[in-house]
Ligand binder design. Structure first.
Ligand code: UT7
Length: 333
């Protein structure tokens, strides 16, 4: 439940950015042993947007998304009190990419930090932002999910390289009345037993990059896809049900679902189990691929800009990713 009874964190602006370069499944057929039919039927992905090498880093995309969110909210960077950036692909290992974002936006000396929850980065960052807003003292928090997944994908591994895309999504949370629009509730959880089901083995403090590791692609993302798939369907379904139930809501009350986009089949399976028809799910995986911490925030922005979200409607947001970490929340539009 939200931290105080008299404040709710309202979404007052959203924005997103994807790189210009469109990479089709046919383009990937030239690099790995794959084909358009396999990618589309197994994942739903038709294209993804990828940065050109050296074109831009995560903070650049985050800046574009954040500027659009500020414009949408009718605010300037000086109005912000905090920046939370969900990312596993910061510009540099040190320091936080959020600090670079703060400087670029001209946001003043407000706290700015990265949050590492992989594909659940959107919901973890929203949850942290919500707490700072409802806990008092932070009137407006910029929440961003930004990923340059192309920088950590193994371009020789067909199991993973066809899945991911680069993007950033942003939302500005502002303190508002508890009975008004905004985030009603968020659940976040993690399961460290799944730590090495989806991870980058080398390049951290546990294992430095070795020549053998480099040759084997252990400095890049590896994933046990089937295990991840099953866990994602089970956990997303359970957590969305839980957050609806504890807010006395049913599937029929939900107008839109803005969930992480890992695989269209995951979305369809969860939709079927929850009995929330596919028309209510905002999808971008077909065009953008899996953009990790960006995807649910990109979906939230698309939903708000579509003109189909009516004030007062109930939206569900949810995500799951490496860790494993996941969450689900409800938002009154
Ligand atoms: O965002 C964070 C969390 N991530 C996820 O939630 C991803 C979850 N997992 C998935 O979305 C799916 O498991 C994948 C899309 C990754 C894989 O789909 P799958 O239906 O589970 O396929 P699979 O891994 O069981 O592979 C089936 C076959 C294998 O060949 P064999 O062993 O049956 O001969 C793979 O080698 O498909 C092969 N394969 C490919 N073939 C063509 C794997 N990748 C490709 C490819 N093109 N790109």
């Amino acid at each position: 439940m939200s931290a105080t009874q008299n404040i709710r964190a309202k979404v007052v602006g959203t924005g997103h950015y994807v790189p210009e370069r469109v990479v089709t499944n046919a383009d990937l057929e030239k690099i790995v042993d794959t084909n358009d039919e396999w990618i589309q039927t197994r994942t739903g992905i038709k294209t993804r947007r990828l940065v050109q090498e050296g074109e831009m880093a995560t903070s650049d995309m985050a800046e574009m998304a954040a500027r659009r969110a500020l414009e949408d909210a009718g605010l300037t960077a000086e109005d912000l009190d905090m920046i939370v950036l969900g990312t596993v692909t910061p510009d540099h290992h040190v320091p936080a990419a959020a600090c670079r974002l703060q400087k670029r936006l001209g946001a003043g000396k407000i706290p700015a930090f990265d949050l590492s929850a992989a594909c659940a980065g959107s919901i973890f960052a929203l949850s942290v932002g919500e707490r700072f807003v409802t806990g008092g003292g932070y009137k407006r928090v910029l929440v961003v999910g930004g990923e340059t997944m192309s920088s950590i994908v193994n371009w020789k591994d067909r199991n993973t390289c066809v899945l991911f895309g680069d993007a950033a999504g942003a939302a500005i949370l502002e303190a508002g009345p508890a009975d008004g629009p905004g985030i009603m509730d968020v659940i976040i959880r993690s399961d460290g037993d799944m730590y090495d089901v989806l991870y980058i083995p080398q390049g951290g403090s546990a294992q430095p990059i070795t020549p053998e590791g480099l040759a084997a692609g252990e400095d890049r993302v590896i994933m046990k896809g089937g295990e991840t798939f099953k866990y994602a369907v089970r956990t997303l379904t359970k957590t969305i049900k839980e957050v609806l139930e504890r807010n006395n809501l049913t599937a029929d009350d939900v107008s839109h679902v803005v969930a992480h986009q890992a695989n269209m089949r995951i979305i369809e399976a969860v939709a079927q189990r929850l009995k929330v028809p596919m028309e209510k799910w905002v999808t971008n995986i077909q065009d953008y691929g899996n953009t990790s911490s960006a995807s649910a925030l990109v979906a939230l922005d698309s939903a708000r800009r579509s003109g189909n979200v009516k004030p007062g409607e109930i939206m569900v947001f949810a995500a799951i990713g490496a860790g494993f970490s996941w969450g689900a929340g409800v938002l009154r539009a």
